[in-house]
Write a protein that binds this ligand. Structure first.
Ligand SMILES: *Cc1c(COP(=O)(O)O)cnc(C)c1O
Length: 367
């Protein structure tokens, strides 16, 4: 069986280093907001090319906390509009509604699955205060164009980088473009912890200071609370593990890219729509997403040949029960994506024979 994602194999590469990092934390006697977190925050901000990194409990909290901080700093008010791609994972939208802001769902481009610049321009109103681009499947959005629009209209930009650690455009990484960015280190992400973890990156000193308090009960000094904050901290154990894995992130992304290039050059079944090919480092291939008619038939066929697949995602956020208030929206591109996408296995630890098996099986598929 070719697993969709073999997390054990991915972490086995780092096992000795992870175990010694864990031992170091156990022996330190200090488990929350200590040296390991400081070290990882400093390494990750350097990696992304930003001034500040603030570790938090998970990716959803990272997005929630940035919007919350902007509200506290008087930059956002309830009812303000946030432009977000309609085909994102629901977390991006939850962060908006959690803050009593209004999500404006915008159709993505069918070739990149990311925000369509044309559609962003059309969606801007006098209530638009934030653009929240999501670098979906590992491909950084068209940030130069998004930043230009934001500048012109005096709008904040919050990047959702949960699927795009290390992705570059014009030599600037995901997380370094917007006014702030949220990252997830959920185990299955390109940079994955061995549990839940997340981070915020920003170049803004005031925002960084506010977030340091917000993640820790709204407190800079023990038992002095200036905000009604959260408990959203990245613990020492996960921080130590993330430092180990960050050292291999570029190499892991390179390996993913190699697999993607194999797929893109060898899969030639006209029934299958492949992702847009771009040989640059703007794609870190968190997922390899293809599109087909009659998706269930292909999933069934692949599973007969021992190939595990997943769907990212089967239901669009505006069609979820949780968002019945958005159900009236007419979003044909988004619905087309959710009807036809399948993710095939891709990871830094895939073997040559697994890649060629997947290529052969897909090329022999007939509708
Ligand atoms: C994974 C993910 C998140 C949320 O991250 P968690 O750590 O699971 O909270 C947010 N946005 C996108 C696009 C994601 O893929």
């Amino acid at each position: 069986m070719i697993k969709f994602l073999d997390l054990k194999a991915i972490n086995d590469v780092y096992k000795d280093e992870i175990l010694s990092a864990v031992t170091r934390v156990v022996d330190s006697g200090w488990y929350i907001t200590g040296q390991e977190l400081k070290k990882f925050e400093s390494e990750f901000s350097t990696y992304c090319g930003v001034k500040h990194c603030i570790g938090v409990a998970n990716g959803l909290d990272a997005l929630i906390l940035v919007l919350r901080a902007w509200k506290l700093l008087g930059m956002l008010s309830p009812g303000d509009e946030v432009i977000v791609p309609a085909n994102t994972y629901i977390a991006s939208i939850l962060a908006i509604t959690e803050n009593d802001l209004v999500p404006v769902l915008v159709e993505p481009s069918l070739s990149t699955y990311n925000l369509s610049i044309e559609n962003v321009k059309k969606a801007i109103t006098n209530k638009t205060r934030v653009i929240l681009p999501v670098h979906l499947y590992g491909l950084i959005s068209d940030m130069p164009a998004i930043m230009e629009i934001a500048k012109e209209h005096n709008i904040l930009v919050l990047e959702d980088c949960a699927q795009a650690h290390g992705s570059l455009i014009e030599n600037k990484r995901a997380g370094a473009w917007g006014d702030a960015a949220g990252f997830s280190f959920y185990p299955g992400k390109n940079l994955g912890a061995l549990g839940d973890a997340g981070a915020i990156t920003t170049n803004n000193d005031t925002l960084a200071t506010t977030l340091l308090a917000l993640r820790n009960y709204g407190s800079h000094k023990k038992y002095e609370n200036i905000y009604c904050g959260l408990n959203s901290r990245l613990d020492e154990m996960q921080a130590a593990i993330l430092s180990v894995k960050l050292s291999g992130l570029d190499e892991d992304n390179k390996k993913r890219r190699k697999v993607a290039i194999e797929f893109l050059s060898k899969i030639n079944n006209p029934a299958i729509i492949l992702p847009e090919f771009n040989p640059s480092e703007n794609h870190v291939w968190h997922l390899f997403v293809i599109r087909v008619e009659n998706r269930d038939k292909l999933i069934e066929y692949l599973s007969e040949y021992d190939i595990q697949t997943l769907v990212h995602y089967p239901t669009a956020p505006h069609k979820q029960e949780a968002y019945s208030s958005l159900q009236h929206l007419n979003l044909p591109v988004t619905e087309e994506i959710h009807r036809t996408v399948i993710s095939i296995p891709i990871s830094p630890v895939m073997q040559k024979h697994e890649i060629s098996h997947i290529v052969n099986v897909l090329n022999n598929y007939s509708v």
